[in-house]
Design a protein around this ligand. Structure first.
Ligand SMILES: C[S@@+](CC[C@H](N)C(=O)[O-])C[C@H]1O[C@@H](n2cnc3c(N)ncnc32)[C@H](O)[C@@H]1O
Length: 299
């Protein structure tokens, strides 16, 4: 089966990515009430042979671990940017729970994803037909009251286009001129960029958006070449930029970051029932601290 070109993907992204179908398949498998756990991957060992479920567990565990540790010792108030949030709110909701976090800016390329987050913030999201985030966070993090703090702290859902050739892809985020203390991003750099050069430009952009001492927590797939965003359209295999651990770590170092931590999740080749919907070798989570520029002055 052939994979689309990057431009076929970017120019028709709304026909390949549906927020609810994406969440249903990759995070919950069904939003409808059904027997068994709401998040199948939260049921521990029962799902050990489901590679997709293992990836989502790694994402929740790894991101929440790095976020809470990055916040330790970080001067208040903390401004957070999440790049390409998509419709997945779990980790931004988790971040919003920390008292020192004062503001979260979410962002995405796709209007349908930005509107999805805006509906959650305004309280107009339909949790009977769509994903119930209270229930999701209860099962994933053991706490269901993140949703309210997220609504209070996230006031901006900005447009971002990582692949924009004109240099204006981050204009809305840069408008206020204010620096961020923490940038998070999950499974998005490999999707939103055209190639490794563009990928590295986005890492450099993150550096320029952060204040000195700020953190970038970046989760991505390892050596992936394609995936299927909408499993009801299995012919729409979209391309992604393939990154290795070595390249990613070196790229952060080349762009003014000291590496605090690297967490790896490797596909389990024994139990792995090779999924037809992506070909990643695993996932990588890199947490780096910006070492150059102006220090933040505590007020
Ligand atoms: C695999 S999803 C990840 C979404 C979410 N962060 C998560 O972890 O589930 C990839 C995300 O990248 C966004 N995206 C695709 N192309 C992009 C681009 N050119 N610039 C910025 N974001 C883009 C999509 O809209 C989508 O939300």
């Amino acid at each position: 089966m052939s994979t689309l070109s990057f431009y076929e993907k970017r120019n028709n992204y709304s026909s390949y990515f549906d927020p609810e179908r994406y969440l249903n398949f990759y995070y919950c498998q069904s939003t409808a009430e059904k027997e068994g756990p709401f998040c199948p991957w939260s049921n521990g060992d029962r799902e050990l042979n489901d590679e997709c479920a293992r990836v989502i567990r790694f994402k929740i565990r790894g991101m929440s671990f790095c976020i809470q540790n990055a916040l330790i010792g970080m001067p208040s108030p903390v401004r957070v940017l999440d790049l390409s949030t998509g419709p997945f709110c779990g980790n931004v909701m988790y971040t919003s729970e920390f008292n020192k976090v004062s503001e979260i800016v979410c962002s995405d390329f796709l209007e349908a994803n930005r509107n999805y987050i805006k509906r959650i913030i305004s309280g107009t999201h339909n949790k009977t037909t769509g994903l119930n985030w209270e229930r999701f966070t209860e099962q994933a993090y053991g706490k269901s009251n993140f949703v309210q703090s997220f609504r209070t702290k996230c006031q901006q859902v900005a447009f971002v286009d990582m692949s924009d050739e004109s240099g204006k892809g981050f204009a809305e985020i840069e408008e206020s001129g204010q620096k961020f203390d923490l940038i998070t991003s999950e499974f998005a750099f490999c999707e939103g960029t055209r190639d490794l050069t563009n990928y590295e430009d986005v890492i450099a952009k993150c550096n320029s958006l952060l204040r000195k001492g700020g953190s970038l927590i970046l989760l991505d797939l390892l050596e992936q070449t394609f995936w299927i965003p909408d499993v009801t359209k299995p012919d729409a295999r979209v391309p992604v930029v393939s990154v290795s651990q070595e390249w990613l770590v070196d790229s952060l170092k080349r762009n003014g970051f000291a590496i605090d931590m690297v967490l790896l999740h490797l596909n389990d080749s024994i139990n792995h029932h090779s999924p037809p919907y992506y070909d990643a070798k695993g996932s990588i989570l890199v947490w780096g601290t910006k070492t150059d520029g102006e220090m933040k002055v505590n007020k």
